[in-house]
Write a protein that binds this ligand. Sequence first.
Ligand SMILES: [Fe+2]
Length: 198
Amino acid sequence: MFKLEENVICECSKALLLALGQKDEYTQLHSERVVELSSEVGIALKFDVEQIKILRISAAFHDIGKIGIPDKVLLKSSSFNDKEWEIMKNHSINSERLVNSLHFENSNIIANAVRHHHEYYDGNGYPDKLKGEDISIYSRIISIADSYDAMSSPRPYHNKKSHSEIMKILEEENGMKYDPIIFEVFRKIIQISHYKVE
Ligand SMILES: [Fe+2]
């Protein structure tokens, strides 16, 4: 296994995100924002330097598996049917495979974090229906940052939502999708975050 310097890992991350961006610019920009928002939560949780590094790389790569999703599904401008949804759900496993192929330092932790970024705290997520603290803490952080950013951006199938609209939805989902302890931290940091929307 290579032990890459942090700046090399970041350059690799950027290059792969750019590759994804050539296929789907929205996901590239979304991933960049999720890195920063997740880091703000990690800092508030007093993560050490190594944990922040793992969190940032995991957030950068969480949706990288979308590279393997056919354009007609990934770039569809309307809602998915059941079959398309099943195809889309493969992206987290694809992300795990891609990270595992890179042999980064801590790539097993990062691969696990990206695989589980769509697990729900109540066990109703995917792909493994993990529950509570069985889900990596990195995944639990990325999950909230991912949802906030996704709702704050206009998409072909939904309008951009305001901060208060997003927080109302997140509150309703708290405890089902999100870890309540991490959610409380997120609620505080988003108030002063550069990524808070109007
Ligand atoms: Fe995702």
